[in-house]
Design a protein around this ligand. Structure first.
Ligand SMILES: Cc1cc2nc3c(=O)[nH]c(=O)nc-3n(C[C@H](O)[C@H](O)[C@H](O)COP(=O)(O)OP(=O)(O)OC[C@H]3O[C@@H](n4cnc5c(N)ncnc54)[C@H](O)[C@@H]3O)c2cc1C
Length: 356
């Protein structure tokens, strides 16, 4: 029997597979690896380096611009972030594992059997659900897009020639764009990734139109979007470990989901590997994965509370909060330093112990 079946060949699934090199691993995905980007793909450069995907970086910088109405903060982060080419990053990651890859659209799970849309029935000693917000291996059925806990986002890739203000990592906390959410504009080499994300599922196309007007952006050459799962869910069910958005691991408010997907994907992969090697019993591996997830629940709860309240915060309050977090708005060429509030220190896959 296959040792490990991973559903979803993206950030969480491919990172888990990389930890399971040498094992009999099958990754199933409904699409070819790297075919469907759903993310602006910004992540700390140190994590890209740890993953061995630096060659996929299109742009990197440590300067972030935050705008609330007419006020702007140029914030120097303590580390650089990079924007990556999704397909290239996934292929580089996949090349580091020796997993087999098959194209299957998983429709659910019957006990220990994974069921595919074309009648496939797949079993393995261990299952890792890395299928993103759909969480297709949940015993009670996959999550639907209308689930109230999901956040939604959409993005255009606008050629740099049609994006006059293209520089660095811009975040727009502006009520004129969205009542509860934010807009972004990230430089990405020959294009700008401009998008909007809503915490309360506001219509995104009108918000994109307003963002285009705000930044004088021309037509995008590529468009994508999807949901983001920021509310943690049960991480273990029988022989299934859930990692990344499938376990609600994306970070609330910032909607940074790659770093947690990589962190928990690596954790799941290492623990399953230890169980297969006999270093841990299966029960110990499951319980350690539950503990790894539980360790971070307090942080998720705090950020989710702020995310729920966000819709009630008018711009003057947002300005005060940003000022409290990073200092007075920047004038001229000035910069302010980011006070991390520990945000950047958590969920660092490169600091994960060999056996979490
Ligand atoms: C518009 C937008 C912008 C974003 N920008 C950023 C950003 O800049 N930085 C950041 O850190 N995060 C960002 N995020 C969040 C981030 O994209 C996700 O949190 C991250 O992709 C989660 O990784 P994952 O591996 O858990 O799931 P995913 O990346 O969603 O991958 C799930 C995989 O499962 C496969 N799959 C799904 N259903 C099935 C099925 N039924 N059968 C088989 N396979 C299936 C999919 O094809 C996919 O390959 C953004 C999200 C959105 C929507």
């Amino acid at each position: 029997m296959t040792e490990v079946l991973i559903v979803g060949g993206s950030f969480a699934g491919l990172t888990a597979a990389r930890e399971l090199r040498g094992r009999d691993v099958l990754i199933v995905d409904r699409s070819p690896i790297g075919a469907h980007q759903t993310s602006a793909c910004a992540l700390p450069v140190r994590i890209a380096a740890w993953l061995g995907i630096e060659d996929a970086i299109l742009f990197e910088d440590s300067l972030m611009h935050i705008s609330v109405g007419r006020e702007r903060w140029d914030v120097r982060l303590p580390e650089a972030f990079g924007v990556i080419d999704y397909e290239r990053a996934c292929l580089l990651l996949a090349a580091q594992s020796d997993a087999r890859v098959e194209r299957v659209r998983v429709t659910g799970r019957e006990g220990d059997t994974v069921v595919g849309a074309d009648g496939e029935r797949l079993t393995a000693n261990w299952l890792i659900d890395a299928s993103g917000w759909r969480r297709v291996l949940d015993a009670s059925g996959a999550t639907e897009g209308r689930d109230p806990h999901l956040v939604i986002g959409t993005e255009d890739h606008v050629p740099t020639a049609l994006a006059p203000q293209a520089d660095g990592f811009g975040f727009y906390l502006e009520k004129s764009l969205l009542r509860s959410g934010y807009g972004w504009s990230f430089a990405a080499g020959d294009h700008v990734r401009a998008g909007v994300g809503s915490f309360i599922k506001e219509p995104l196309q009108p918000a994109m139109t307003r963002l285009r007007e705000r930044d004088d952006l021309g037509a995008g050459r590529e468009h994508h979007g999807g949901a983001i799962a920021c509310v943690p869910r049960t991480p273990v069910d029988g022989n299934v470990l859930f990692a990344g958005d499938a376990a609600g691991h994306a970070l609330p408010i910032t909607l940074e989901g790659i770093r947690p997907a990589v962190f928990f994907g690596a954790g799941a992969g290492r623990l399953v590997n230890a169980a297969l090697a006999g270093t841990l019993t299966a029960a110990e591996a499951r319980s350690r994965y539950r503990a790894l997830h539980a360790e971070h629940l307090g942080g998720y709860a705090k950020l989710n509370r702020i995310q729920r309240l966000y819709r009630y915060l008018p711009e003057p309050v947002l300005r005060r909060l940003v000022t409290r977090g990073v200092g007075q708005p920047t004038r001229g060429d000035g910069e302010v330093a980011f006070r991390s509030l520990r945000y950047l220190d958590v969920l660092r896959p490169e600091l994960l112990p060999a056996l979490p």
